[in-house]
Design a protein around this ligand. Structure first.
Ligand SMILES: [Zn+2]
Ligand SMILES: [Zn+2]
Length: 235
């Protein structure tokens, strides 16, 4: 993988450690000149044919959406410089906001139309975040400054939080033994069109139906799905 990389971002450095997780390549890259270590994230899309592979290279400072970088790689990264942003940013639309008269308001930046200012998000807010009256949501504090150091810090935190969540899920899954009856938080859809939420664990990612010997493969069930143990196997 390392040898295949288009080498635009890594030209100035070398890869100390790397991993491919869910089709995303993560690497700790050490810069030759400064010896600083930062994270490279490469999306790999495999198309048809042997040579048909496309890459999208990003670095942590781009704040990639893909946030399953293994902790052993995160541990190698240079600490990020502290930055202070006195401004508050909207959690929903990321506009710069200020508390005025008990209300969070955005101001028009130079060159923006004055009507972007006010208590409501103009654009960029998540679908479904609308205010109860159906129009744009009110600004809420808690957003991140559009600062690449902050994007990187936020990305590192997300990766660590995901790792912690997955470790807890794996620990919980240890109680699932062959014969354990498990119910998933919501019904799973199978390629034969069947939907089912309750199974008996067989081994690895194989389950069977409680009322028949039909087998089901549920890859990554430990971390991708909420589940409840309905009854432990008979000793
Ligand atoms: Zn907003
Ligand atoms: Zn910052």
């Amino acid at each position: 993988m390392e040898g295949e990389l288009p080498n635009t971002l890594t030209a100035q450095g070398c890869i100390l450690a790397c991993a491919t997780v869910r089709g995303v390549f993560y690497a700790a890259v050490q810069e030759r000149r400064s010896s600083k270590v930062w994270a490279l994230v490469v999306l790999i899309k495999r198309g048809r044919g042997y040579y048909n592979c496309t890459y999208k290279e990003m670095e942590e400072r781009d704040g990639p959406v893909e946030d399953h970088c293994p902790v052993r790689i995160l541990e190698l990264l240079s600490p990020l410089p502290a930055c202070s942003h006195d401004e508050e940013y909207c959690r929903l639309c990321n506009a710069e906001i200020a508390l005025e008269g008990g209300q969070w308001n955005s101001r028009a930046l130079p060159g923006q139309r004055p009507d972007v200012a006010g208590p409501r998000c103009i654009r960029g807010y998540p679908i479904g975040a609308a205010a109860p009256d159906g129009s744009a949501p009110l600004h809420e504090p808690g957003g991140t400054a559009s600062c690449s150091t902050c994007w990187a810090r936020n990305w590192r935190e997300r990766c660590r939080a995901n790792d912690e969540r997955e470790r807890q899920a794996r620990r919980r899954a240890k109680a699932v033994r062959p014969g354990t009856r498990v119910r998933f938080g919501r019904p799973l859809q199978f390629s034969n069109g069947e939907q089912r939420d309750t199974f008996i664990f067989v081994t690895r990612s194989t389950f069977r139906a409680p009322d028949s010997n039909d087998r089901y493969s549920i890859p990554r069930w430990r971390i991708d799905h909420e589940f409840k143990i309905i009854s432990p196997p008979l000793a």
